[in-house]
Design a protein around this ligand. Structure first.
Ligand code: RNT
Ligand code: ZN
Length: 422
């Protein structure tokens, strides 16, 4: 039997099995096909960027691994991402950082960045028919002083970074305009203290004032939407970060911004899944950085595990799909980087599919009736339902490889393209 026919017959069996539980697989696939994930540029080159070739990362971020073939230039990164896209079903977005600016001739520092440094990215995204998202870059720069940017005691230094934030929001709006798709411009800063601070208030109040200067001008939400990303701790900032969860939650609610929940930014056993329905009581929309911390905020490639499934379940079962902007945030330099993109994105899609295929109506009914036995029994039964057959069928009908066939494509790309890089 040809592969497609085999996948289709497995799908038909699965469809019947799900129908017995009141689950409509066709509706699930229809939903899944429309979920766009914002895929991060920085997995492709170990968060290097192109603004300052050979620069070091630091400032709270660390990438480990020496896998050969990383993208050394923006054109290489684009080609690699195009290869990843061919192996990921659906239509997605690309999430750039300001440090991925490309200069032809004179360079501008981050406080004076303009959309011209991103023209090639825009033209490329337009040709691919995808939207762009954006991130302000407050790391890997000499003006990160003593680990601080927007909360630094020096007003001139803060001003530099405020101007960076303003420029990035303008660039985000230009992306939105050029691509006819609103850009999410995210802000994360590395500011913090390695050891117990004497003053927790000062940096927070300075950060608040800096943020108010960055966000003084409202964006047209049809072009650009803004989000702020909290973090509890970081490398070299183990004891204190001014931009903690409470700080930014209050900021986002009071200033009508989005909040970005990053799965690696909390205590090691604290997931973000349970935060979604809480925060969405107060904010119309949030953004996610789906990531995987192993013992710390290590940004491992996202795998299909309990934490990821809990996030997907909350979004889907809470009917929040239209209010959560899904993005990925991880960087592993120890494996093929195109594979890392494909793996993490497909895993998030699989988790969303499993959530869409869950017999949630029956589960909610059992819960409302106080029948927690049925709730638990059905939840456990659902774990072995044939979601894999539905996923394979989805990949196939979307014109992307089903099962692990994508890996052969990555290996071919590695030997013909990546292995030739110095
Ligand atoms: C850092 C934040 C931030 C970065 C990217 C590169 O802990 O998660 O989102 O990972 O901006
Ligand atoms: Zn993040």
């Amino acid at each position: 039997m040809p592969t497609s026919a085999r996948l289709e017959s497995a799908y038909h069996q699965a469809r019947e099995r799900y129908a017995e539980l009141g689950v409509d697989t066709a509706a699930a696939l229809q939903h899944l096909a429309h979920i766009a994930i914002s895929i991060h540029c920085w997995q492709g080159d170990d968060v290097g960027g192109f603004e300052n070739p050979g620069g070091t990362l630091g400032d709270g971020l660390a990438v480990t691994g020496q896998y050969p073939g990383k993208a050394r230039t923006a054109p290489e990164l684009r080609t690699d991402f195009e290869q990843a896209l061919r192996l990921i079903p659906g239509r997605h977005r690309f999430n750039l950082h300001a440090s991925y600016a490309e200069f032809s001739g004179s360079r501008t520092d981050r406080d004076a960045l303009g959309v011209d440094a991103f023209r090639s990215w825009i033209d490329w995204a337009k040709a691919l028919g995808i939207g762009l998202d954006f991130n302000q870059t407050y790391f890997a720069h000499p003006k990160v002083v003593g680990g601080s940017t927007l909360s630094h005691p020096d007003a001139a230094l803060r001003r530099f970074w405020i101007d960076h934030g303003i420029r990035c929001r303008e660039i985000g709006a230009a992306f939105g305009q050029a691509l006819q798709s609103p850009c999410l411009t995210n802000l994360w800063i590395p500011d913090g203290m390695k050891d117990t601070p004497a003053d927790r208030r000062g940096p927070r109040e300075r950060l608040l004032t800096s943020l108010d200067a960055i966000y003084a001008q409202r964006s047209d939400p049809r072009l650009n939407v803004d989000s702020v990303e909290p973090k509890l701790f970081g490398i070299g900032a183990e004891s204190y970060t001014p931009g903690s969860h409470e700080f930014y939650l209050g900021y986002a609610v009071s200033r009508s911004l989005l909040l970005t929940l990053d799965a690696g930014h909390y205590h090691p056993t604290e997931g973000i899944a349970d935060k979604i329905s809480a925060v969405l009581c107060y904010l119309p929309e949030i953004a996610l950085h789906v990531s995987r911390g192993v013992r710390w905020d290590s940004d491992h490639v996202v795998t299909l595990g309990d934490d990821l499934q809990a996030i997907a379940n909350e979004i889907v079962h809470g009917r929040y799909l239209g209010r959560v902007r899904l993005g990925l945030d991880y960087f592993d330099a120890s494996i093929n980087r195109v594979a890392a993109w494909v793996l993490g994105t497909r895993n998030l899609q699989k988790a969303l599919l499993i959530a869409l295929l869950s017999p949630i109506q029956r589960l909610k009914e059992a819960e409302l009736a106080g029948d927690y036995t049925t709730r638990l029994a059905l939840m456990e039964e659902a774990k072995l339902l044939p979601a894999g057959a539905v996923w394979d069928y989805f990949c196939d009908t979307q014109g992307t490889p089903a099962g692990h066939a994508w890996l052969t494509e990555v290996q071919r790309y590695e030997s013909t393209v990546l292995a030739r890089r110095g």
